[in-house]
Design a protein around this ligand. Structure first.
Ligand SMILES: C[S@@+](CC[C@H](N)C(=O)[O-])C[C@H]1O[C@@H](n2cnc3c(N)ncnc32)[C@H](O)[C@@H]1O
Length: 260
């Protein structure tokens, strides 16, 4: 999937102030990611990759633990909001790209990333960067959206034109292969299918736009979508009996280890 990175940064930066109020699903997934992670007593240095407004960093920066946290995001406004909300105590903020981390090798005991890696243009490259910056024995914990996510929206747009309107998502099999090629072992992958309900297709579109999840694929349509095209997509979107709609999300949770 080719992504327009400049557009991606702008889109997430523009979404920073509205993000927290809209990111209900992302919060649920983040909490589950944190709850299911087995935190080893030896952890000191932890990275929150694609930290957004800092939800994962804030949860890790608990008074009873003394982690040195690195919160990294490609979108500057997301990062500066995280910094305003979570402060500087124990957290170091870096504006950087997951696919080219401005960090030394063997740096972290654990890396967390909540619903950010699906935005990488080159996922194998990002996984290989994560492997590089983890110290031997280090844990990677992340959540991402998998194949089948927003399938209703994707198929509704396919009734209108052949442009890319929804990102491509990986399957669990692809992800397992990519992790293994990057060098990870003890790969544990879990899947949770979630359904979100909306009163209308426009409400879903508004939410996606509000959290910065714009269509930033290079294959997107560059001209404005006309009212007629939008109406055609809305008509093609499957409706519940009461006129509302659902959107499917396949959430993938991963724990993988860089062995000693
Ligand atoms: C859906 S938000 C998730 C934010 C946060 N992890 C949370 O749980 O709320 C995705 C985040 O990933 C960041 N992101 C996307 N591509 C990235 C990349 N290549 N490198 C670093 N961050 C990236 C975006 O700027 C955005 O803040």
């Amino acid at each position: 999937m080719l992504l327009d990175k400049t557009q991606l940064k702008q889109s997430f930066s523009a979404a920073s102030s509205a993000y927290d109020a809209l990111a209900v699903l992302q919060r649920e997934v983040g909490l589950r990611l944190l709850q299911s992670a087995e935190m080893k007593s030896g952890y000191r240095r932890i990275m929150d990759l694609g930290c957004g407004t800092g939800f994962i960093s804030a949860n890790l920066n608990n008074e009873n633990r003394h982690y040195q946290i690195t919160a990294l995001d490609i979108a500057y406004s997301m990062l500066s909001l995280a910094r305003r909300q979570n402060g500087l105590k124990n957290i170091h903020y870096i504006c950087g790209d997951a696919e080219n981390l401005p960090l030394l090798d063997d740096r972290f005991d654990a890396v967390f990333s909540n619903v950010a890696l699906q935005w990488c243009q080159d996922l194998p490259q990002a996984l290989s960067e994560l492997y590089r910056v983890l110290s031997p024995g280090g844990d990677l914990f992340f959540s991402t959206f998998g194949l089948g996510t927003l399938s209703e929206l994707k198929s509704a747009w396919s009734e209108v034109d052949d442009y890319t309107h929804v990102n491509d998502f990986v399957s669990t099999e692809q992800l397992a292969d990519l992790l293994s090629v990057a060098g990870f072992e003890n790969i544990d992958i879990r899947v949770e299918d979630k359904i979100s309900h909306y009163d209308s297709v426009m409400e879903l579109m508004k939410e996606l736009k509000g959290i910065g999840a714009h269509n930033v694929t290079v294959g997107r349509k560059k001209r404005l979508t006309t009212r007629g095209q939008l109406q055609k997509m809305i008509q093609a979107y499957p409706k519940r009996a009461d006129g509302g709609i659902v959107a499917s999300y396949r959430v993938i949770y991963v724990n993988a280890v860089k062995l000693l």
